[in-house]
Design a protein around this ligand. Sequence first.
Ligand code: PLP
Length: 427
Amino acid sequence: MHTYPLLHKQDPRVAEILEGERKRQEEGLELIPSENYASRAVREALASELTNKYAEGYPGRRYYGGQTYTDAIEELAIERAKALFGARYANVQPLSGAPANLAAYMALLTPGDTVLGMDLSHGGHLTHGHPLTLPAKIYRFLSYGVADTQTAAIDYDALRSLALRERPKLILAGFSAYPKRVQWKRIKEIADEVGAYTMADVAHIAGLITAGVEENPLAVGFDVLTTTTHKTLRGPRGGLILTNREDLARAIDKAVFPGVQGGPHMQVIAAKAVAFSEALHPSFRSYAQQIVANAAAMAEVFAREGVVMVGGGTENHLLLIDSVASFGLSGREAQDLLDEVGITLNKNAIPFDPRKPMDPSGIRLGTPAMTTRGMREGEARRIAEWIVQVLRSPQDAELREQIREEVCALCRAFPIPEQFVPPEEAA
Ligand SMILES: *Cc1c(COP(=O)(O)O)cnc(C)c1O
């Protein structure tokens, strides 16, 4: 029996590629901290007939007819997003994290305005002002960073000095490779001192926030929160913007459409609604707590083995390892060796990295996906031990062969679940 029976008949080449990816996911250990597995219910919504429908505009204010069900699904997704984040307004149309950020910038800024964002090599994101991006060509981005690699905490004093000197219109806080809790309140205070807007891009930690494991920036007064819906939130690939301010909500709606997007992807909005209800279920809280517990268990093993971690460990779902200092291997070499045993993670710059971005010193790994498979601290410790063994003996192909089999066996013991919430309990 094929996974995609009709597709297999009509277009076997595509079906085979999809089947290959399905198997790769099933048999490999996913440690990329921005990846996760969406439920079958989310994927059913993604495959629905809503993909056929144009719905430019917003519920009750569309440019085309036939919007009974698109209005209903978007209203439901908005209600659930608001409940999930404790926000007064939500825009569920952003196609992904980058378009969500672009729209938020458009809502808050005029071209030429100054924005402070975290340096990419210190854990920020490309969309926070990298010179190759469109936002960086429109606005004046300046970056702040961490004070040193030992504590790896944001240098809040330096951020304050920079803000006092540059008088930014917006202070942006949000990270893709930052293993620490963020002091949202501290950033909000700095922004208030200089009259800047505050925006939190919580793409990575959204699920930890909605579960109450990490503090919600909106609760300390942040103006705008942007996020993806496919990382710790475990939904479809997509973006989301929230705010408590009515004036900003109106500006955000205009910026998303017609500012930066055309017709929304209604099938994705339906899938977001499903994922939001899964995240509202009490079981999601234990999931988020287990993500953090698993990352801490890995950090324990690495610390015991003398592996050099940026910040000395982790306070969230991800770890950043100085691979050169720990194993004498570049991040790329480490990534490739682990790929051979079926452990997927990514090379990553570390703060003050002396090496180039395409071949940096670090590797980044995280626990959201393995935790979705039901793995706990015991498995987390075993995986960390495998990583250390593989990277300590790069010449030992036989060892890699053996660990590859153990990884396979572990993955077979923890199949990717189809369903996180009993259907009769959902929504
Ligand atoms: C992943 C991420 C994004 C971008 O999301 P895409 O869906 O890939 O566009 C933006 N900001 C942060 C902090 C991220 O981690």
